[in-house]
Design a protein around this ligand. Structure first.
Ligand SMILES: *Cc1c(COP(=O)(O)O)cnc(C)c1O
Length: 422
């Protein structure tokens, strides 16, 4: 049984102050999880998590992670600007982008970020943009083919646009070494939302073996290996969650098997987790505002795909709790819909739930990562607020809801707002 991190009583209070829909985040959960992550990798001296801020680009939430030593993984200009605004700079920023505009390399270098190159052609671009290469550089690896673990294929890196081949990384390391780069990193992201303790250790093995080969062949100093993102969360109620302690131990075993015998046991492990850091610690709170009985039973809520795109985009499952009816029989089959003029604007299809009355509060689970941040403005729908449920039980607005004025702000003619009340 999946339970919301917030009680019905708490939500009744919170919704008095903040109208639905909004994303709610759980400070306690975020903290406990970050602590466990650092514990799991405490065997590695230089270990650091660089939170993939695209998952949840909110300064209040990133600042919570900063307490544990997390840096930021950025991949765009505004993500770099957000890191800068929070005071994250230097090697606390990993700039892992692709199809990168030159000015973003410039901004990354200005902040002293570690630049992780997606392609060998970027060496010239970085050199031309900055005048010379930074002392520390990283490259993203793509082994091609399919990535398998014991129970089957995990993902298909050969079809992915990211990263370089082994030959290209070797060549890139040689070129960069000849141009004065002193410290090197290797990065790869081969599978997304993995709900198995095997993914990270398997990936680590691939990267550790690559590191040994590259060090032998090119003589470069490899400083870190970045296992990137991809550790998943159990969106489904019957899924077994990952055990981060087991994952950390698995990576340690590979480290001792591959890197230690090669005399490379000073390499730092980095991670760039997004979903794992925030996913379960956010939910979308929404109110049932319409019901409709045609060929199916529909419940319309005041949130829509603009607030949470994953079900519409990927057909993703997000668990739903009807607050105050946790113990009621789930004997009604509903489609839970938003108001977009798009038939895929459904948070759930044929979902068995307790009977829903108008005004009921629904909690849509696991929206803490790639939830709010994937939002858009189709149908002129506005983005919701974000609220933090703090450890002391109080609620804090950490991003206000968009207003029509925000939505129209990119037009020059503001007359549209004249005489209107916003
Ligand atoms: C999206 C992304 C991540 C985080 O992925 P999660 O699946 O949220 O863990 C990390 N690194 C890079 C380069 C990414 O693009």
């Amino acid at each position: 049984m999946k339970k919301p991190f917030v009680s019905y009583e708490q939500l009744k209070e919170i919704t008095k102050e903040f109208p639905t829909p909004f994303h709610l985040y759980d400070e306690k959960g975020i903290r406990e999880n970050a602590e466990k992550l650092y514990q799991a990798f405490s065997w590695n001296k230089g270990y650091q998590e660089f939170f993939a801020i695209k998952a949840t680009p909110n300064p209040f939430l990133i600042n919570i992670l900063r307490d544990y030593g997390c840096g930021c993984d950025c991949s765009s200009m505004t993500e770099l600007m957000l890191s800068e605004a929070i005071g994250v700079k230097g090697h606390d920023i990993m700039f892992s982008s692709n199809d990168t505009p030159a000015e973003e390399f410039e901004k990354a270098a200005e902040l002293g970020a570690i630049i992780n190159l997606d392609d060998i052609t970027h060496i010239t671009i970085v050199e031309q943009t900055l005048g010379k290469l930074p002392k520390t550089m990283s490259c993203r690896f793509n082994p091609g083919g399919v990535f398998k673990i014991s129970n089957g294929i995990m993902d298909n890196p050969g079809d992915a646009k990211y990263g370089m081949t082994e030959e290209q990384i070797e060549e890139a390391f040689r070129i960069m070494k000849s141009k004065g780069v002193e410290e090197f990193g290797i990065h790869a992201f081969l599978a997304s939302n993995t709900v198995t303790n095997e993914y990270y250790p398997m990936l680590a093995k691939v990267l550790f073996e690559l590191a040994v080969k590259l060090q032998k062949r090119t003589g470069v100093k490899i400083k870190f290996i970045n296992l990137s993102g991809g550790i998943g969360i159990p969106y489904l109620p019957d899924q077994e969650p990952n055990d981060i302690a087991v994952i950390g131990e698995g990576v340690r075993r590979m480290y001792e098997e591959v890197l230690t015998p090669a005399g490379m046991d000073d390499i730092a492990i980095y991670t760039e987790l997004g979903r794992y850091m925030m996913g379960p610690y956010g939910c979308l709170v929404t109110t049932a505002i319409n019901e409709k009985h045609t060929y199916k039973e529909y419940i319309g809520v005041d949130a829509c795909a603009v607030n949470l795109m994953r079900p519409a985009m990927y057909g993703s499952y997000h668990h739903i709790t009807v607050m105050g009816k946790e113990d009621a029989p789930e004997d009604h089959k509903y489609d839970i819909t938003g108001s977009l003029c798009e038939n895929n604007d459904k948070f759930a299809i044929d979902r068995m739930l307790p009977e829903i009355a108008m005004g009921d509060i629904l909690v849509i689970h696991d929206t803490g990562a790639h939830g709010f941040s994937m939002g858009y403005n189709y149908n002129g729908k506005l983005k919701s607020a974000e609220v933090l449920l703090k450890e002391d039980g109080s609620a804090q607005l950490i991003r206000r809801a968009e207003t029509p004025k925000d939505y129209f702000a990119t037009f020059d003619c503001f007359d549209i707002l004249d005489g209107m009340k916003y």
